[in-house]
Write a protein that binds this ligand. Structure first.
Ligand SMILES: [Zn+2]
Ligand SMILES: [Zn+2]
Length: 441
């Protein structure tokens, strides 16, 4: 906790002061503000661009689900080996954590998720998924390619880094809480700040979107088994009907948000699963209902969870049924650190032009990046992909999802710039503070 307070202090100072550069840096001759454009130019070189595109397509052809990303991490490790970048493996079963820079503090992390989804790709193209029923439909293949691109940029400028950049290739973002497992593996113990990005097909290419504070909701999943007594559908008095009970449960769950939540506080309860019965003339023994709930504070998430439990068991009892409720997964809201927002705004603004750095409204979707932010000051942002060539791209998790590969250099340069400039600013503020302490002595 003392360490976290110290980090908070540094972040506070970062937010208050205009940093000065250490004089021995070769970046300093051009100024810190040159890093983003320098890195972007490097990332746009045809050889680096083609290399990233190749990696992305290879991963796209061979999608792997959470904690099964064995071929993906093999590819990542092979590329890190070629770059001469040290890494730790395995982390959280299939994760890889690489290190570029001095090997000493400060440490700043940049993260990519690696997992695909259990769905069939419907886009017919040369590099379509070769695995039936599995697809990279959330862009995590592009995230890995961009983080490897950042690794290449940072390796090129390694001598000028004022600390260590930690490259986090994280498994199982979609399901299974990969981020939590990476933390449990103590892979990010000394990290002072962490950055993550997500491609966004519905926003314009060349622009980035984020906000300070809550940006994505927290929440969880629930599943309930509602048990009655099966029997002949024409003789209902001899049965206890779980379908009627489940129907009342679903209606009552809808009243939690509409009647109990502050209308100004965004919350969601959705029943997305209803399984029960298989014949016209049979009342089944049991029914399964399940779904998700979302909110923007941890307290509200816990409150929703408690009410969902109470409503399901209470409403099932009204119809003489029993209910058992499970909550297989829950996740905190994604809350961006205020000072890191300033850092992001400055770095992205210098790279893209300040008019391309947009504030966005929070959305009810979720990201397991939020687990990192519970332990480490963190910042998450979206990278637009939409342009004239592609027209209207399909949203994430659509079987028609596509990546605009033109944005790969942008993502990799942003990753690398956010990390490299963070290290510079951290160090220069440290020097300033040490200087101040000496004055006082
Ligand atoms: Zn997803
Ligand atoms: Zn995703």
């Amino acid at each position: 906790m003392v360490f976290l307070k110290w980090v908070s202090f540094i972040l506070f100072v970062l937010g208050q002061c205009v940093p000065t550069l250490p004089s021995d840096s070769s970046f300093s001759s051009n100024g810190l503000s040159q890093i983003p454009s320098k890195f972007l130019n490097f990332a746009k070189k045809p050889e680096l661009f083609d290399w990233m595109v190749g990696i992305r397509r290879k991963i796209h052809e061979n999608p792997e689900l959470g904690f099964e990303e064995f071929e993906t991490n093999k590819l990542i490790r092979a590329e890190l080996d070629k770059l001469g970048i040290n890494y730790r493996y395995p982390v959280a079963t299939t994760g890889v954590v690489g290190y570029v820079g001095t090997g000493k503090p400060p440490f700043v992390a940049i993260r990519a998720d690696m997992d695909a989804l259990a769905m069939q790709e419907m886009v017919d193209w040369e590099h379509k998924s070769k695995i039936p029923g599995k697809m990279h439909a959330c862009g995590h293949d592009a995230h890995v390619a961009m983080l490897l691109g950042a690794a290449k940029i940072l390796k090129e400028y390694q001598k000028e880094l004022q600390g260590t950049v930690v490259l986090v290739f994280q498994p199982a973002e979609e399901e299974g809480g990969g981020a939590e497992k990476v933390l449990e593996a103590e892979a990010l113990e000394d990290v002072d700040a962490i950055f993550g990005l997500h491609v966004e097909p519905r926003l314009p290419a060349g622009e980035v979107f984020s906000r300070p504070g809550p940006i994505l909701a927290g929440g969880g999943y629930f599943e309930a088994l509602i048990s009655g007594k099966g029997g002949h559908a024409a003789i209902p008095q001899r049965s206890i009907d779980p379908i009627l009970a489940a129907s009342n449960v679903i209606l009552s769950l809808q009243h939690i948000v509409s009647r109990e939540a502050d209308p100004l506080d965004s919350q969601v309860v959705t029943v997305s699963k209803f399984q029960g019965g298989g014949a016209f003339n049979v009342i089944p023994d049991s029914v399964t209902v399940g779904g998700t709930f979302r909110a923007f504070t941890k307290e509200t998430v816990m409150q929703l969870r408690q009410r969902i439990d109470e409503v399901i068991t209470g409403q099932a009892a009204v119809q003489r049924c029993n209910a058992s409720v499970n909550f297989p997964e829950s996740f905190p809201p994604t809350i961006n650190h205020e000072v890191l927002h300033e850092h992001f705004h400055k770095v992205a603004g210098e790279m893209l032009g300040i008019h391309k750095v947009k504030d966005m409204k929070p959305t009810m979707g979720s990201e397991d990046f939020s687990f990192f932010q519970e332990e480490i000051p963190g910042y998450f942002f979206f990278l637009g992909m939409q342009n004239q060539t592609f027209g209207q791209l399909q949203p994430e998790h659509s079987p028609h999802f596509q990546i605009n590969e033109d944005v790969l250099p942008l993502g990799s340069a942003l990753h690398a710039s956010l990390a490299a400039t963070y290290l510079f600013e951290f160090q220069s503020q440290l020097h300033l503070q040490q200087g101040n302490f000496h004055d006082e002595l």
